[in-house]
Design a protein around this ligand. Structure first.
Ligand code: 5AD
Ligand code: FES
Length: 362
């Protein structure tokens, strides 16, 4: 690795920021050596805040019905080959309770933009989960909604919201989405959510069609400025029934590199090693951890519908029961020296390591 790369990595570690040109240089000039050094620095930055603990989020995919038509997504409206489903509120609440019994203290309800889930219905589900799962954070990932809707859901007890911005560049956003979807509206949602008091998760796909290193530099700048509580990044993976079916998938190597950079830019960030990363490489989630991630999101959806929530091809975990998914990840993490904990997994804005209860329940 040349001196220039070394200096950029030193500065990123110390100052948590670079210029746009420097971010781009660090990404474009990457080598196995710079990746290794970045990962080492990312793990060092994570150490005083989270140590080797791994937070889990139990993900329930509540509906694959979506009014949107994002060009990359397998459950886009125009895909006629998807068998559509939505889970009944009682089933969702039961799934959350099962998750609680298994040790999850964060439940994520994720779904397409399905108008069935009105404020009234969703608020009802949220408050039932809050009432039946003590000390559990209810996270929503239900797309763009009005500010008033976000407010009602917050009052009902949802404290976190995941809404990937998908790309920090307006022009790029317009190439990934149909007319009628707007980057400004999406960004406004993120600011609304933060103002209301949610812990906010943003994120983007690595290797999305048309993405350049200059776009990725903008992603780094966005993390530096917005400082999302959580940042979900995973490789783009083509889905055979979408207009992007022939675009290449993002790589493990670049995803891990960016995970390390994001950890250094915003050390307390909650950083998932995503299912998409586990899909492109059998040890993707383990490698994500070793690059600086600290969260995994096992699937809690009923096995009967998992196959239908197919955002991209070859998604993993579609045949496994909720309990299997959790214990599979527990074993995977333990094998690399990490420990899955029973904890809400809130962001830690100040460094401390002594408040985590290790999970020895199995
Ligand atoms: N490949 C990878 N990630 C995808 N997502 C949607 N489609 C794909 C795909 N083909 C991601 C988007 C979305 C999240 C729920 O899943 O970033 O926000
Ligand atoms: Fe789902 Fe391994 S995490 S089977």
């Amino acid at each position: 690795m040349n001196d220039r790369m070394q200096r950029l990595i030193d500065r990123l570690s110390q100052e948590h920021a670079l210029s746009l040109g420097e971010y781009e240089e660090l990404i474009a000039g990457r080598t196995p050596e710079s990746a290794e050094l970045l990962a080492q620095r990312a793990v060092e930055a994570r150490e005083p805040i989270y140590g080797k603990t791994v937070f889990t989020r139990g993900l329930i995919e509540i509906s694959n019905i979506c009014k949107n038509d994002c060009l990359y997504c397998g459950i886009r409206r125009s895909n006629r080959n998807v068998e559509r489903y939505r889970l009944e509120p009682d089933v969702i609440v039961a799934c959350a309770q099962e998750g609680y019994e298994l040790g999850f203290r964060t439940i994520v309800l994720q779904g397409g933009e399905d108008s069935f889930f009105s404020d009234e219905i969703l608020c009802g589900i949220v408050s039932r989960i809050v009432a039946s799962c003590p000390d559990t954070a209810v996270t929503l990932s239900m797309g763009e909604r009005s500010r008033a809707s976000y407010e009602l859901l917050h009052e009902a007890g949802a404290t976190r919201y995941l809404l990937r911005h998908e790309t920090a560049t307006r022009e790029h956003y317009e190439r990934l989405h149909p007319k009628g979807m707007s980057w400004d509206a999406r960004m406004q949602c993120l600011y609304n959510l933060r103002e209301i008091g949610y812990q906010v998760g943003a994120g983007f796909m690595v290797g999305a069609p048309f993405q350049t290193n200059a776009h990725l530099a903008q992603e780094m700048r966005f993390v530096e400025e917005f400082k999302p509580d959580m940042c979900g990044i995973g490789p783009f993976i083509p889905h055979h029934d979408t207009p992007f079916k022939d675009h290449p998938a993002g790589t493990l190597e670049l995803t891990c590199y960016l995970l390390s950079m994001i950890r250094l830019i915003h050390p307390p960030v909650l950083l998932p090693a995503t299912t998409a990363l586990g899909t492109i490489d059998a040890r993707g989630r383990e490698k994500g951890m070793q690059a600086g991630a600290n969260v995994v999101m096992p699937n809690l959806s009923p096995v009967t519908v998992r196959r239908q929530y197919e955002l991209y091809d070859n998604k993993i975990c579609i045949g496994d029961e909720a309990a299997q998914c959790r214990s599979c990840l527990q074993i995977r993490m333990r094998n690399i020296g990490y420990e899955v904990v029973i904890d809400r997994g809130d962001i830690r804005k100040t460094a401390h390591t002594n408040s985590v209860r290790l999970c020895h329940q199995e």
